[in-house]
Design a protein around this ligand. Structure first.
Ligand SMILES: Cc1ncc(C[n+]2csc(CCOP(=O)(O)OP(=O)(O)O)c2C)c(N)n1
Ligand SMILES: [Mg+2]
Length: 874
């Protein structure tokens, strides 16, 4: 292997001096060994860094704490009181899970995740996490999903939740907003949780983009975000998800020193060790350091410091460095004698180092993640790191199930354990020193007692004072608006309503015009957040670059190749466009950050995320689900939509099913507009529904096509905009004819359908009326709601679904054509029992060819609409 071969390509200006240095090193290795040589080299590197000699950063350091004991800051808290509070929280967290499973066997919940991370959270609660009661937005804390019981237990101690609430952990039905959801779900507990995290990997990804969005808001002078940190708590197993680590280089590139990841390295995931044969902390250190992060390892508790100080020969360090995680886990479940024999035993120098320690002492040598002083030092260093430009990750080594007793701690099955016997509970009580609070009698008659200290106790007073001084309790979701938003001037929609005359344009072009108009609005404009993942040219949106500018935190340090063009690639530190590069996951995370800003920051923002339709729901569906959970507002604009409208691109690009996937997301209003004025009506209504009075926490999905045709003007009849947004409206009456049929189109299918109507009239004497179905999803949801109402109110006057009401009077069979799968129009067929309903759509995988050929292949061209109509009539 060539090690940094670049050295040999640089001229050696003083070979004799070089030789002397090399010989010195050789001599050290020969006389004092490699450990000493490594030590000296590290010292040299340290000195070089102090003297600002830049040098490629090493990606890994020995398996010891990053912060040495002598650099640990003074701990400002009351160690005893914090320990008491932590014990109460640990107790209640365990109790609520055990209780839930006693009363509803199999209901689930997790004991051991929080047990391993209690000190990590509590140090934050007592000293760092900022709340928002002081009128500011506070910190944004992403709690690890499976640690939820611990967060509820703290809220209980603070008096925010009652015993009855805890008793309803995982029992939400019938208690809207009051049952405790299994995991952090703002959709279910909108006044409590802010950030959904439980789909592993998405919490870290969205936290990272939240930190980036805070900078965007700041640089655009929309909000002062300088006091807010983003804290993301992750599992070490969770780091296997590509989403967890996939964007970490963005954080250092964007100099997000407002971002702190805390990885709870209990070395276990669900089934067993995360890296039995390796060292997950070392692996993560190298990954994050390589990406330019400030890495702080918290591996060993204070008691190890004395041992390390005695380690003159480096034998302890060597043992630490070479022991794999699977073996460390073994030590965590064994007694002191096993540890003495196996960890310290083989080397007499190592063994003698612990000769004065008892077996119990050895067993109790703690890991760093349970040592609040070490954690405090790490968090403080992360806070003080602001200004360095580097994000921080804290890798804290813990034991999964810590304090839960020998049958749970560190066991491979620990993740799934949710029941404790009476004896196990007493072991836990003893371990937490809660005899006074919970005497044996508290367990009489199989009772499962919670414990809350009285309000006049010093523990309670201390805990509450800490939170008061940090801005109040968290988590707390608030929708208090700090910077109100004004709606755009309605005139901005008029241009699209007028149509394009004879000019052929696409709905994508129409939307781009509208977006520009919205961004130009003197008051509303600043709230528009255009998001694009490296596809603006494909969509013809590059025209916006120069006008709105691309957000680049460091401005533009170069002269772009196209600087002399009108549409040059213009970057600016207060740019408006988030040009995300090729990351749909990142772009969607920005969409979530912008679309939840009305709550997280109290600053409503309106994201328009435009992307390759195929790489939306299909690619990042879980993030879209998370957006729904997070109560995100905004517009998802699915460009290059349709299985046959996007020609040439073939199987992996042609989207004929995102509308099916969209139909699975309750908070999503999905539309398939055919004309520019439909887009205007939908977006206008969307802004009202999402940001007007009595707003709803929903988001919009609109397909955009790249086929060009003259855009008609909106019909002058009154109420047309309402008809468009409800999902279906009549577009054209039928010509006089003896035989009639009803043709429905959506999106780009209107071309074939209009042609078919003309052909049917001219050649077969069939008069067809034409309808545009803008949203089958909305029509179906209305139909289901009506059906349910009728079922539950059999004696009342029966209601009619919108789709049935408006299509009742139409003549002949209904042929519904779409550039999506047949199941899309079929969603409403059930509500039209008296009608013959024929869906034409693009089921199957795409092909590369022309639009005409594709439409013939998928049987959605005019000829096939004619045949389907004639067959239905026959
Ligand atoms: C995307 C996704 N896949 C799988 C799961 C199921 N799951 C929940 S917890 C867990 C193990 C977590 O291990 P780790 O991240 O190390 O967290 P710990 O509980 O050890 O702190 C798994 C696989 C999930 N929640 N999300
Ligand atoms: Mg783990």
């Amino acid at each position: 292997m060539i090690f940094d071969g670049f050295v040999n390509q640089l001229p050696d200006t003083d070979p004799t001096e070089t030789q002397e240095w090399l010989e010195s090193l050789d001599a050290i290795i020969d006389t004092h060994g490699k450990t000493r040589a490594r030590f000296l080299l590290s010292k040299l590197l340290e000195r070089a860094r102090e003297s600002q000699v830049s040098f490629p950063a090493t990606v890994s350091t020995p398996y010891i704490n990053t912060i040495p004991r002598e650099h640990e800051p003074w701990f400002p808290g009351d160690q005893y009181l914090e320990q008491r509070v932590r014990a109460y929280i640990r107790w209640n967290a365990a109790m609520m899970v055990v209780k839930a499973n006693k009363y509803a066997d199999g209901i689930g919940g997790h004991l051991s995740t929080f047990a391993s991370s209690a000190a990590l959270y509590e140090t934050g609660f007592n000293h760092f996490f900022r709340g928002k009661d002081d009128g500011n937005a506070g910190d944004h804390v992403y709690f690890q999903g499976h640690a939820a019981p611990g967060i509820y237990a703290r809220a209980f101690l603070e008096g925010r939740l009652s015993e009855d609430d805890l008793d309803h952990f995982r029992r939400e039905i019938g208690r809207p907003g009051k049952g405790l959801s299994s995991y952090p779900h703002p959709r279910l507990m909108p006044e409590f949780w802010e950030f959904p995290t439980v789909s592993m990997g998405l919490g870290s990804l969205t936290a990272l983009y939240q930190a980036r969005f805070n900078r965007y808001l700041h640089n655009r002078r929309l909000d002062d975000t300088s006091q807010s940190r983003v804290w993301a708590f992750l599992g070490d197993g969770e780091c296997d998800e590509p989403e967890t680590l996939g964007s970490i280089s963005l954080a250092s590139r964007e100099r997000l020193d407002n971002l702190i990841f805390v990885v709870n390295c209990n070395l276990q995931r669900l089934d067993g060790p995360v890296r039995g044969n390796g060292k997950v902390i070392q692996e993560l250190e190298a990954t994050f350091r390589g990406a330019g992060w400030n890495v702080i390892k918290v591996i060993w508790g204070s008691k190890w410091d004395d041992l390390l100080a005695k380690d003159k020969d480096g034998v302890l360090l060597n043992q630490m460095n070479t022991t794999v995680d699977g073996q460390f886990q073994r030590y965590s479940v064994e007694d002191g004698n096993y540890i003495r024999e196996n960890f310290f035993g083989p080397d007499p120098r190592l063994r003698s180092m612990v000769s004065d320690l008892s077996d119990d002492d050895l067993r109790n040598l703690p890991r760093g993640g349970h040592d609040y002083r070490k954690i405090y030092a790490a968090y403080k260093a992360a806070m003080d790191n602001l200004g360095s430009g580097a994000p921080t990750v804290i890798l804290a080594k813990t034991i999964k199930g810590w304090t839960l007793g020998p049958s749970v701690e560190g066991r491979n099955a620990t993740h799934q354990i949710k029941k404790l016997t009476g004896d196990q509970l007493k072991v836990l009580r003893d371990r937490l020193f809660l005899h006074d609070e919970l005497p044996d009698s508290a367990f009489d008659n199989d009772a499962l007692p919670y414990y809350r200290p009285p309000e006049d106790s010093v523990e309670y007073q201390y805990m509450m004072e800490r939170r008061r001084s940090l801005g109040g309790s968290i988590p707390k979701r608030s929708t208090r608006v700090r910077r109100p938003m004004e709606m755009p001037d309605p005139a901005v929609f008029e241009e699209l309503n007028a149509g394009s005359g004879n000019q052929s344009v696409s709905t994508t072009m129409g939307f781009t015009r509208l977006l520009r108009g919205l961004a130009r609005d003197p008051k509303f404009g600043e709230r528009v957040v255009p998001i694009i993942p490296d596809e603006a040219r494909t969509f013809g949106m590059d025209a916006l670059f120069r006008e709105l500018k691309i957000y680049a935190s460091q401005g533009q340090k170069y002269e772009p190749v196209d600087h002399d063009l009108l549409l040059s690639y213009a970057e600016s530190s207060d740019g408006q466009i988030l040009e995300e590069g090729i990351t749909e996951a990142g772009a969607l995370s920005s969409f979530i950050a912008a679309g939840t800003s009305y709550a997280t920051r109290g600053v409503p923002m309106v994201p328009f995320y435009t992307f390759y339709s195929m790489f939306g729901f299909q690619r990042v569906g879980d993030l879209i689900w998370q957006a729904a959970d997070a109560r995100t507002k905004g517009f998802l604009m699915a460009a290059t939509a349709g299985r046959t409208t996007l020609l040439g691109e073939g199987l992996q690009h042609q989207d004929g099913h995102s509308l099916v996937l969209a139909s699975t997301v309750p908070a999503c209003l999905a539309y398939d507009p055919a004309f520019a004025y439909e887009i205007a009506a939908i977006i206008k209504d969307g802004l009202r529904r999402m940001y007007g009075p009595n707003s709803e926490d929903v988001f919009y999905y609109l397909t955009l096509y790249n086929e060009t045709y003259p855009m008609p003007a909106i019909d002058a009849r009154e109420g047309i905009e309402n008809e468009i947004v409800r999902g279906l409206y009549k577009w054209q009456d039928a010509p006089q004819a003896a035989i009639n049929a009803t043709l429905i189109f959506s999106g780009s299918a209107h071309g074939a359908v209009r042609q078919a109507a003309a052909d049917l009239h001219e050649h077969y004497g069939v008069g067809c009326e034409l309808w545009s179905a803008t949203s089958y999803k909305l029509l179906r949801e209305d139909g289901l709601a009506v059906e349910r109402w009728n079922r539950l109110h059999p004696d009342a006057h029966q209601r009619t679904p919108i789709v049935a009401e408006v299509l009742q009077s139409t003549a002949g069979p209904i042929i519904a054509t779409t550039d999506f799968m047949k199941i899309v129009p079929e969603q409403v067929a059930r509500f039209l029992p008296d009608k013959q309903f024929v869906p034409l759509g693009t089921d199957g995988m795409g092909r590369s060819d022309t639009r005409e050929a594709l439409r013939r292949h998928f049987e959605v061209d005019a000829a096939h609409v004619v045949i389907a109509t004639l067959a239905a009539l026959a």
